[in-house]
Design a protein around this ligand. Sequence first.
Ligand code: GLY
Length: 604
Amino acid sequence: MRGSFIVVIVLSLFLLFYGCDSDHTEEVLKYRIPEQPELPSGYIAKPGWPASEFAVAAANPLAADAGYQIIKAGGSAVDAAIAVQLVLTLVEPQSSGIGGGAFLLFWDGEQVHAYNGRETAPAAADQNLFLDENGSPILFHDAVRSGMSVGVPGTLSLLKKAHEQHGILAWNDLFEPAITLSEQGFRISSRLHSLLDSDDALRNDEIARAYYFDENGDPHPAGYNLKNPALAQVLRNVAEQGIPAFYQGDVAEDIVYRVQSHPVRPGLMTIDDVAAYPTLNLRTESMCNDWKSFLICGFPPPSSGHIAIMQILGIMEYLDQPVTALQDSIPTAKWLHNFFEASKLAFADRNKYVADPLFVDAPGNEWQTMLSRDYLAERAELVSASGTMGTAVYGLPGAEQSFWGTQANQPERGTSHISIIDKQGNAVSMTTTIESGFGSRIMSNGGTGLAGGFLLNNELTDFSLNPIDEVGNLIANRVEPGKRPRSSMSPSLVFDKETGNLLATVGSPGGAAIIHYTAKAIIGMYDWGLNAQEAINLPNFADFNSDPVLEQGYFPEWVISGLEALGHEVMIRPMTSGLQAIQVIEGGLFGGADPRREGMVMGD
Ligand code: GLY
């Protein structure tokens, strides 16, 4: 069923024991580097992790362990998320870090708090940012690998704001794991090695080349102990002096210098743009919506994630359900047809309406118009059980005519997800990104003059490169000064609607497919009664309002031919989700991590 993927049972058993490491008994933080196994890339079967008190799920064992040690030392879920994110900057640099942005949801037992650390466009950027001298968008590949794509990083500012409200341990303690690992080194994982090897641009950056590659231009091998003194120095300064040590002075100057001195396509970011980020109000309202007997809370625009997931789930509620949705752990063609049609409708709306709410009004002045029962019922009427609609057209939520153009699909990649439930039962769902793998392929050493540093995002390519559609209408998600690009990140918290009790924290990387991956996990856990690991293991599937995509190596012929009989032209592709989920179950917790990546869950 899994084609050429390697199933590493031995590793799974190791991870099971690693996840229950009973040596971690300190009650105050005294960070100790754990054993660092060399991990294979590809498919790694995961056992699923039971825990009784708390659990931390992250995309890398060292990052999960940092969060584990923080909670053991008395820290909150937010404290643990901070330590996890800082370690991810070092050990999973291709996906997220202090050079990027994030969305964080925190459940404090009574309410959901939302923090928006999405990157901003520089003040000098406008809708022509990615246009050439003829007014045509430059190649997406070139836009990514440039200084123009770098948004002002928001992650550290978000972490600081969340810590001020929900932290228990001292801010500087949370930096200890990442600083220690940066100084003493971490073993390059197989996944990081193979991504370094296959990347076409990172080695053109002088700092990245000197740090990740040897004198022949080959990446250091998997298992190589890589130290990052520049990152250690930057983190030590931020730990001791707070975030001004990042947003002002040497670090800010170096970020701006790297962006502006890109040898081919320099960017427009200034010192003032960077200094302005911590003055932004990062607190926002989460969006919470009913689905069956559940309440699902997610992130509002500029994320399109929650709205699209809830449109898909909501529209499907109005469709005739096939007798069999899941057969031998594979979704059936009839069920997938419903999912794909609902996804087409959701993506048609997403590509028209969703953009930064500080710049663009919601349809009917309220994003919830896109999720009203009447509107979703109306949209569901467009779905036929006998064949696909092909391409969906946007609807009119809020019954309001809109003059926005429709954004064309653009590639979206990268990202990482962190799920945590602490000893108080409070929870974090945080999705974090530098966008593409290795972001803009620009590395800053923070002006330290030392080896290493951190990668700068290419988040501004999440804006539409073209400010107008083919009939000349302005696109809501076009570049504007100070604006945040639309995202697909979908950190989610699931509650029992009746009791209000937390049931799960879940999310995934994966570009626009984050939406489908997260929806799949929620459906798997709460429609199909699977545990978090089983739900994550399910094969992936997506539709971006074009031809549907099925995960390579999973789907038998009877599913593909069933979809073709309904008019779908199916594409078969690798779909590397990175779901992490923790469920609250009878008597404890149960966590799952995606077998398609190196993540794991640690807890007691
Ligand atoms: N850059 C990935 C996302 O924000 O969806």
